[in-house]
Structures are given as C-alpha cells and as structure tokens.
Design a binder for this molecule. Structure first.
Ligand SMILES: *[C@@H]1O[C@H](CO)[C@@H](O)[C@H](O)[C@H]1NC(C)=O
Ligand SMILES: *[C@@H]1O[C@H](CO)[C@@H](O)[C@H](O)[C@H]1NC(C)=O
Ligand SMILES: *[C@@H]1O[C@H](CO)[C@@H](O)[C@H](O)[C@H]1NC(C)=O
Ligand SMILES: *[C@@H]1O[C@H](CO)[C@@H](O)[C@H](O)[C@H]1NC(C)=O
Ligand SMILES: *[C@@H]1O[C@H](CO)[C@@H](O)[C@H](O)[C@H]1NC(C)=O
Length: 223
C-alpha cells in the first residue's frame, strides 16, 4: 500500500509590483475604491467582505455582462457576517485600457444596484455611467470558471496597500500513506528558486503522514 501525491504550484510575481486593494462589499453593495488607476504590472487585489460576492470584468456598453475580450472572474467568495475573507483575488494589469467590473450576484441584484467599479476609466465612461446602464439590466451574468487572476491567502489589514518585493512564491504539498519512501522535489521560478525535498520513511501500514512543506519566498512591505 503506497500512495504519493505531490502537488506543486508556483507563481511568479513581478518584482516591486504594487498591490492596489479594492474592498468588495465592506459597506454594503460597493467596491471601495469604486474608481482607481493602475499602471502596467500593478496588481489589483479584491478583498471580500460579508455576503457572497464575486467580481467579473464587463463591457462598457452592455452592463452586467462579462467582457468577451480577456478580463477576469474571481468566482464567488462567500464570507461570514462582519468578516473579511482571507482569500483575495489578484489581477495583474497588462495594459492601460479602461476596465469596468461588477459583482454578478443576482440574489439582491448587486450589479443592478450599483455594485460596479472601474480601473483607468476615461471621462464620460466612469462608474456613474456604468451604474446608469446597470440600473436597466435584468440579470447579471457570471462566467462558469475562475480566470484572469489568482485566488490567494492574504490576511493583510483591510486598508493597507502592499508592495511585493519578492519575485517568487512556491508551495508544495506532499501526502504519504502506508509504507515506503518517497522523494519530491519542486523548483519554482524567481531569483531564489525554492527547493523542497520531502522523505517519508517506513510507517505502519495504513498510517498516514501529511506534510505541507511550503517555501514562500515573499517579502511583504506594508506601505
Ligand atoms: C454564492 O452565490 C453563488 C451565485 O449565486 C451560488 O452559486 C453559491 O451557492 C452561493 N454560495 C453560498 C455559500 O451561499
Ligand atoms: C472565505 O471564503 C471561503 C470560500 O472561498 C469560505 O469557505 C470561507 O468560509 C470564507 N471565510 C470566511 C471567514 O467567511
Ligand atoms: C433605462 O430604461 C429607461 C426606460 O426604458 C430608459 O428611459 C433609459 O433611457 C434607460 N437608461 C439607460 C442608461 O439606458
Ligand atoms: C493579464 O494577462 C493575463 C495573462 O495573459 C490574463 O490572465 C489576465 O486576465 C490579464 N489581465 C487583465 C486585466 O485582463
Ligand atoms: C478603512 O477604510 C474604511 C473606508 O475607507 C473606513 O471606514 C475604516 O474605518 C478604515 N479602517 C481602518 C482600520 O483604518
């Protein structure tokens, strides 16, 4: 009896990227800030508060419908009353084209009720314009799968903006059950490639050892 599961995921983050937090649903059906600017390489970090919100990028001309060009969808992040979820959704800005986004939760008609926001919006096509379009929308549409960003844990204080000075993050999870010897090696990208080697020795039959070996080379500088 021998089982070995080795999962590895690595995520390279550009050096010195600025994280721009946006609170989702902290004060009712709002994004805060609802309008922001971002430079190429910046990371928009959506931080989810109570209820059951998500964020999806939309069209400036058709409210509460996902854009058909690129964009992102966080999936729903249900959060207990009064709480902020430690899971955040990070989207890297690749260009300075205007982006509009909304919460597609139909229970409570979040988009129709103005839960929308913009990044790098141009005059006349801002949050108020999109809200007026959204007020006439019937159902909001959600994509079926998360895309265009990453869901990660970041229990940073709600209002902090953060600068990432590291270049890599890697996580390795190894599960060993039964008898045997297993060696797993994971190498991430970045200036200091993390390497993990895990070995499980002979164990009692049926015994299991679950090791979470995380190598996180990340320096967070609170700004
Ligand atoms: C959150 O909302 C989505 C979309 O309406 C729904 O599919 C999901 O079941 C909800 N989750 C919870 C825990 O209420
Ligand atoms: C955070 O969201 C996850 C789903 O993404 C959910 O399972 C968890 O209960 C939430 N945490 C809080 C504190 O509400
Ligand atoms: C919303 O619908 C009303 C009634 O059909 C219409 O008069 C108004 O022009 C619409 N607003 C927008 C922004 O499309
Ligand atoms: C930036 O590019 C990545 C990788 O192609 C993509 O997943 C993401 O959706 C893009 N960001 C935006 C805001 O479209
Ligand atoms: C964070 O910002 C919100 C709104 O901008 C404010 O209501 C809240 O008091 C702030 N929290 C802290 C801890 O500064």
């Amino acid at each position: 009896m021998f089982t070995n599961i080795l999962l590895a995921a690595s995520l390279a983050i550009q050096a010195s990227a600025t994280i721009k937090p946006i609170s989702v649903g902290r004060d009712g059906l709002t994004f805060d800030p609802s309008s922001t600017t971002a430079a190429i390489g910046d990371i928009i970090e959506f931080r989810f508060w109570a209820r059951n919100h998500s964020v999806v990028s939309g069209h400036f001309t058709q409210a509460c419908v996902p854009t058909s060009r690129g964009g992102f969808f966080s999936g729903f992040v249900p959060t207990a009353p009064g709480a902020r979820n430690d899971t955040v959704f990070r989207v890297t800005i690749n260009n300075t084209e205007p982006i509009v986004f909304y919460c597609p939760q139909n229970t409570g008609s979040h988009c129709k009720n103005g839960m929308v926001g913009t990044i790098n919006a141009v005059t006349g096509r801002g949050v108020d314009y999109y809200k007026s379009l959204a007020a006439n929308a019937s159902m909001a549409v959600s994509p079926s799968n998360v895309f265009g960003g990453v869901l990660v844990l970041n229990p940073a204080p709600p209002n902090s903006s953060t600068t990432l000075t590291s270049t890599s993050t890697a996580t390795t999870t190894s599960t060993f059950a039964g008898t045997g010897t297993t060696t797993g090696t994971t190498t991430g990208s970045g200036t200091a490639p993390p390497t993990t080697t895990a070995t499980a020795g002979a164990g009692a039959k049926g015994a299991s050892f679950v090791g979470v070996v995380g190598v996180v080379v990340a320096a967070l500088v609170m700004a």
